[in-house]
Design a binder for this molecule. Structure first.
Ligand SMILES: Nc1ncnc2c1ncn2[C@@H]1O[C@H](COP(=O)(O)OP(=O)(O)O)[C@@H](O)[C@H]1O
Ligand SMILES: O=P(O)(O)OC[C@H](O)CO
Length: 504
């Protein structure tokens, strides 16, 4: 039997391909960026064919560098940026328009209309989500309304809809020549169109949004022994590899962290932060600004749910220090600058550059730096930038405790910012729980590989994956409760001032 599992990680800014061995170690990797297209303020697009091109390139490059072929892979897993939509012609594979990316806010008027008719939470009981431009459903409605010919093509059964998993699985399995039209349940749970009780498209929501059922993919488990299909031997893998696992990227990171027990929490620190808590088969509907989604569904087992707090700007604020202010040359330098001072000098930086996501969901909030005196220097600014990430995470963790009733024993972390020792220690101090980084930092791709490998029997169960998870480093909390509360109180006062800044 082939000894390795491949994983495609199609993210917002780049596409990676990785190969893992049975110990969960990386044996091959390649990565390529794709263009970010901003045609109008608030619009964010990707070229779907460019994404498919980059995917093929990283597969060929990753395999080539490691001296492997498609025949060495027991299965292929896929993980992806979530919520982003693509609509294409099933006869040719040509998209009708660019991908509307999760950050794209052009469906704002549609969301306002839906909210005016039934309130922001009218679909929450069924989908776990509030109405927001973030999710796929309003983006698809916009496309059906605004892109000439799409509605008619959908009604004739020619137009297909998909999130990025669906698009890539369709191409990998043959495209116009017999490609499979499927999505995994975790991606479907971010569309605002899937009913948690049936794990299928909700007919009433489809009717309200005017979405033809015929254009939607079949919803499948995240790890599927029946396979979604196999890769085409004339494709980038040059072999018929089983397509056996798919998950949205934040759920994949939860799986890659082996966070399989209810109450387990992971935080991925990248451009933004995504905090996800496993709530088991219990579905917790948030009353504190969190989202409820499917965490994973393995084969024909019941779905496991999660609570999620999505934070828009964290690592992006470090990039802003580098690119817009030029006070550091690289993201890594922020730590040295922050260490040049003892604390933030009393300042707080609320990075609400495009409003605030969880737990506030305020699109009218804007960035704010407060508490400035003549004492403050660039070192304090660097500290405030790092602390903003930890404060936003702590707000989400508190909401999770309130919603779930769980106490949260530890925080498992991954993503680019976890190289920052100062930030990790501050997070442990502020949150009062150990912060733990695993040896394999590529948890997103690893989670997709695990889902695929489980389906084909390369691993025999989740207990085995839990044993493979190994700690690299741990930061212990050192502050008392009074210190934690005081620090957070200052942050909350700053957030209050940033909210509602835009007048309309
Ligand atoms: N040492 C560091 N300290 C703080 N931030 C960092 C450090 N290294 C990288 N970053 C930030 O992490 C982000 C990149 O992380 P990554 O996980 O690759 O993000 P994404 O997957 O969202 O593109 C960037 O925003 C960068 O500014
Ligand atoms: O591709 P990332 O890592 O920026 O993740 C994007 C998220 O899935 C959006 O919800």
């Amino acid at each position: 039997m082939a000894r390795y599992v491949g994983a495609i990680d199609q993210g917002t800014t780049s596409t990676r391909f990785m190969v893992f061995d049975r110990e969960g170690r990386v044996v091959a990797a390649a990565q390529k960026e794709h263009r970010q297209i901003y045609p109008e303020p608030g619009w964010v697009e990707h070229d779907p064919l460019e994404i498919w091109e980059r995917t093929q390139e990283v597969i060929r490059e990753g395999l080539g560098r490691a001296g492997l072929t498609g025949e060495d892979l027991a299965a292929l897993g896929l993980t992806n940026q979530r919520e982003t939509i693509i609509v294409w012609d099933r006869r040719t594979g040509r998209p009708y328009t660019n991908a509307l990316v999760w950050q794209d806010t052009r469906s704002n008027a549609i969301c306002q209309e839906l909210t005016a008719e039934g309130g922001p939470d009218r679909f929450r009981d069924r989908t776990g989500l509030p109405i927001s431009t973030y999710f796929s459903g309003p983006k698809l409605r916009w496309t059906l309304e605004q892109v000439p010919g799409v509605r008619q093509a959908a009604e004739r059964g020619e137009a297909l809809f998909g999130t990025v998993d669906t698009w890539l699985l369709w191409w990998l399995s043959g495209g116009p020549e017999g490609g499979v039209h499927v999505t995994d349940v975790t991606n479907a749970s971010r569309t605002l169109l899937m009913n948690h009780a049936t794990l299928d498209w909700d007919p009433e929501i489809l009717a309200i949004l005017g979405i033809p059922r015929a254009m939607l993919p079949a919803i499948r488990p995240s790890s599927d022994p029946d396979l979604y299909g196999t890769t085409r031997p004339d494709g980038p893998l040059a072999a018929a590899v089983p397509l056996a696992g798919a998950l949205g990227d934040q759920q994949a990171a939860l799986v890659g962290q082996a966070a399989f027990a209810p109450g387990d929490v992971k935080n991925t620190y990248g451009t933004g932060c995504f905090v996800v808590m496993n709530t088991g088969e219990r579905r917790v509907l948030s009353r504190h600004g969190l989202l409820t989604s499917v965490a994973y569904r393995m084969a024909d087992e019941p779905a496991v749910f999660c609570l999620e707090g999505s934070i828009a700007i964290t690592g992006a604020l470090v990039q802003w220090l580098r690119d817009n202010l030029g006070i550091i040359q690289s993201s890594g330098e922020v730590e040295r600058l922050a260490r040049s001072v003892e604390d933030s000098g009393g300042i707080y930086f609320v990075p609400a550059f495009s409003g605030l996501f969880a737990p506030h969901w305020d699109s009218r909030a804007r960035g704010l730096l407060i508490g400035l005196t003549r004492y403050v220097n660039r070192g304090h600014l660097a500290r405030a930038v790092l602390e903003a990430t930890a404060y936003q995470t702590e707000e989400v963790l508190r909401a999770m405790r309130q919603d779930s009733g769980a106490s949260l024993a530890e925080l498992r972390v991954d993503g680019g910012m976890v190289a920052n020792d100062l930030l990790m220690q501050f997070q442990a101090d502020l949150s009062g729980i150990p912060v733990i980084r695993p040896q394999v930092a590529e948890t997103t791709a690893l989670g997709a590989a695990y889902a695929a490998g489980l389906a084909v029997g390369l691993w025999d169960g989740r207990e085995t994956l839990q044993r493979l998870w190994r700690e690299d480093r741990r930061w212990q909390p050192t502050w008392g409760e009074a210190h934690r509360e005081e620090a957070l109180r200052g942050w909350l006062r700053a957030v209050e001032r940033a909210m509602g800044w835009l007048e309309a």
